[in-house]
Ligand binder design. Structure first.
Ligand SMILES: [Zn+2]
Length: 385
């Protein structure tokens, strides 16, 4: 604990044990995405807590995953809301805690779900509580959204996230901080394709010339597809799975490839989509069909809006006495969804730590006061230009 800390950072330094205890309480609810009953158990705990903190809480029932919660403070006040976005689910199956209980070791809070993202939930609740206790909660609407299936792609929450995001001025995605303590100002988008080649089968010994070899055609296309990558601007195009042929003595009539595409901009995603649609066969008589195998995820682009909002957050951090660098991620978050529909988004606001989805998952306790102070000031001082 430092003597020179900004008074607000100091305020949260004095409460860091409470924030660690709250994170521990939250992490002790095991909440695998697939287990609705257990996620709902945490949902009920949060609902009570949020109400006790002066929020109105709306519940959006879900059949296959946990119900989604939306807490609102100052719902009837003018101005666009700030919306914190958190997920209650974790990647850890029931019973994980029995072998790996949540515990403190020095400056580390270790255990499944602590960093991704029960610690983030604790930060948001603590910042709101801190503002209320000091009588500084601003006269503006503040929302907190708790979803239940982020870890499996937000299929049951995406529509609601989009619908709510369109009503707010800024989405604050509480995914954990980058390794350099920074916010994440970009995340790659993902699209996945299947390339299906049709040729003509024939006996490999008696009449190979009468066949059209779909595997050879796919080999040509695999190289062309790989050449679409532009790693210099963050676009990867990877042929990841190939299948073809039926028997060792038959010219193969069919072959397929899976293609994984990652990109930083919508323009790049469109360039690749168009190039894949326009693939021309090399072998006479072969045909190529390209289809998308999953709903594509838009990139969270480091565009002018992102830079402006990041600069404002960085300035708030500077007033609190610390630097807030920026970084990005090849992996996605719900920030891809909100930024993808053009809603201002900041991501990576959670605590520092390491080991997301790994056995050594942990939060760096000494990062908690600064991050909580940052959220506190964002709630109080954020200005929509
Ligand atoms: Zn995760």
């Amino acid at each position: 604990m430092s003597n020179q800390a900004h008074p607000l950072v100091h305020y949260y330094e004095q409460r860091v044990n409470d924030i660690v205890a709250l994170t521990t309480t939250l992490a002790n609810y095991e909440t695998p995405t697939s287990d609705k009953e257990h996620v709902d158990r945490l949902g009920r705990y949060l609902e009570d807590k949020l109400k006790s903190m002066g929020a109105s809480v709306e519940r959006f029932p879900r059949e296959k995953v946990g119900d989604i919660l939306l807490a609102k403070w100052n719902a009837d006040r003018p101005g666009k809301p700030l919306m914190f976005m958190m997920h209650m689910d974790t990647v850890w199956p029931l019973g994980t805690l029995a072998n790996r209980p949540v515990h403190v070791e020095g400056d580390r809070l270790i255990g499944p779900g602590t960093w991704d993202m029960k610690g983030s939930i604790a930060l948001v609740l603590s910042a709101i509580q801190g503002l209320r206790n000091r009588g500084e909660f601003p006269d503006r609407p503040v929302w907190a959204l708790f979803t239940s299936d982020e870890e499996t792609g937000s299929f049951h929450s995406r529509e609601l996230i989009e619908q709510l995001a369109r009503q707010v001025g800024l989405c604050l995605v509480m995914e954990f901080a980058a390794p350099n303590s920074g916010l994440k100002t970009w995340r790659k988008g993902i699209a996945q394709y299947a390339v299906h080649v049709k040729g003509l089968s024939s006996h490999a010994g008696n009449a190979p010339e009468k066949g059209i070899n779909a595997v050879v055609e796919l080999a040509h296309q695999t190289l062309r597809i790989s050449d679409l990558a532009r790693m210099d601007i963050g676009t990867s195009v990877s042929v990841t799975v190939v299948h073809g042929g039926t028997a060792a003595n038959v010219i193969p009539a069919e072959a397929t490839a899976s293609v994984d595409v990652r990109y930083l901009t919508k323009a790049e995603s469109e360039r690749i989509a168009q190039a894949l649609r326009q693939l021309q066969p090399v072998l006479k008589g072969a045909t190529i069909e390209v289809s998308q195998t999953t709903a594509p995820r838009p990139p969270m682009e480091r565009d002018a809006t992102m830079i402006r909002n990041y600069e404002q957050a960085k300035a708030i951090a500077a007033r609190l006495g610390f630097d807030l660098p920026e970084d990005g991620s090849g992996g996605g978050s719900d920030g891809n969804i909100t930024a993808g529909i053009g809603v201002p988004t900041l991501d990576g606001l959670g605590p520092m730590g390491e080991g997301a989805h790994a056995a050594h998952e942990q939060v760096i306790i000494s990062s908690i006061p600064r991050r909580t102070a940052l959220l506190d000031r964002i709630i109080k001082d954020w200005s929509f230009e």
